[in-house]
Structure formats: structure tokens, C-alpha cells
Design a protein around this ligand. Sequence first.
Ligand SMILES: Nc1ncnc2c1ncn2[C@@H]1O[C@H](COP(=O)(O)OP(=O)(O)OP(=O)(O)O)[C@@H](O)[C@H]1O
Ligand SMILES: O=C(O)C1=C[C@@H](O)[C@@H](O)[C@H](O)C1
Ligand SMILES: [Mg+2]
Length: 169
Amino acid sequence: MSAEASSNVTLIGMPGSGKSTIGVVLAKRINRQFIDTDLVIQTTHQRTLQEIMDAEGFAEFCKLEEEAVLSVDVAHHVVATGGSVVYGPEGMEHLKQLGKVVFLKTGLKTLEERLSNMATRGIALRPGQTLEDLFHERNRLYTEYADITISCDGLNVEQICEQIEAALA
Ligand SMILES: Nc1ncnc2c1ncn2[C@@H]1O[C@H](COP(=O)(O)OP(=O)(O)OP(=O)(O)O)[C@@H](O)[C@H]1O
Ligand SMILES: O=C(O)C1=C[C@@H](O)[C@@H](O)[C@H](O)C1
Ligand SMILES: [Mg+2]
């Protein structure tokens, strides 16, 4: 990995774990640009994530997400991803080539409190899958891909940024 490429920091984690919120604050704190792959998907397809999910379904959404991730070619960025990004192995390999991958590990209770809008948030749930099922399935994948894991429960945005910065130093 070149020094240039390794300057990126990619945030992964469950929906509602704070990737977008923390990403933009972290970028400002460590003087990087910020990119959110959810917004790359939306602007590329000129539809909201929920519209894509409703019209195309889970498998196609994951394919479009992986394509969007593979199109990201940046240096000196903080990259916030969608929670489902870990279903795309090639996309994840690409992100790992681009820099450090940080898992924002958040407990189920915290996520349940934050995700009041499950039905409209465009979460990639298979039919019949609950948030708890998703939590267990995804946590294995996030852990597998993470270079750094931050336990976020009970911490505010600034404290999480401090922990990420310390782990990157
Ligand atoms: N450390 C925190 N403490 C309290 N609230 C937080 C924290 N981090 C994020 N939040 C809140 O949780 C909600 C979800 O955050 P955010 O949208 O950044 O999650 P996300 O990981 O980007 O989710 P998605 O995968 O759906 O894009 C927001 O309302 C945000 O303000
Ligand atoms: O965790 C998920 O399943 C998702 C989270 C969002 O950020 C989007 O990437 C998309 O709506 C799927
Ligand atoms: Mg987000």
C-alpha cells in the first residue's frame, strides 16, 4: 500500500453506528476530505437508497453498492460507508487497499434506540430478518475486515474521534 493510499480512513459498522456523523467530524479534526459512499450511490443513480432498495431488492442494491465502492479512488479522505458494504468482498478489498478500516462497534440496545425509522432508512434486511439477526451476522463481517475496532457505546462523537486518532497514531 502506498503512503498516499494509506492516508485514507474508512469507517464501517451497523446502520446507526455513527459512520456518517463521526466521519465528517473526524475529517475536519484530522484535516482530510470526507466522502460517504451512500451519497455516491444516490447521486450516481439519482434515487434515494430506500427507492433503490424498494425497486431493485437486496441483492441488486448490494451489487450497486459494491460498484460505487469500487469507483472510489481517493487519498487523504475519511470514507463513511453504508452498513451493508461488508456484503461486497471485492469492494472491501478495495477499501482495505485504500487505507485503514475502522469498525465503529455499537451495542444492539444503542442501535435500537437510534434506529426508530427502520422502514424508511433503507436497511438491507432479508425477508424476515430482525435487527438482532442482522447485528450478529454483520458483527462477524465487520470484525473480519477491521484493522481497528472502537467500542462506541457511552462515548460522544468527539470521544470516538479521539479514540480513532489515538489508534491511528
Ligand atoms: N456517539 C454518538 N452518540 C450519540 N448519538 C450518535 C452518536 N453517533 C451517531 N449518533 C446519532 O445516531 C444516528 C445515526 O448516525 P449516522 O447516520 O451517522 O449512522 P450511520 O452509521 O452513518 O448509519 P447508516 O449505515 O444508516 O448510514 C444519528 O442521529 C446520529 O446523530
Ligand atoms: O446497513 C444497511 O443495510 C444500510 C445502511 C445504509 O447506510 C445504506 O447503505 C443502505 O440503505 C443499507
Ligand atoms: Mg451513514
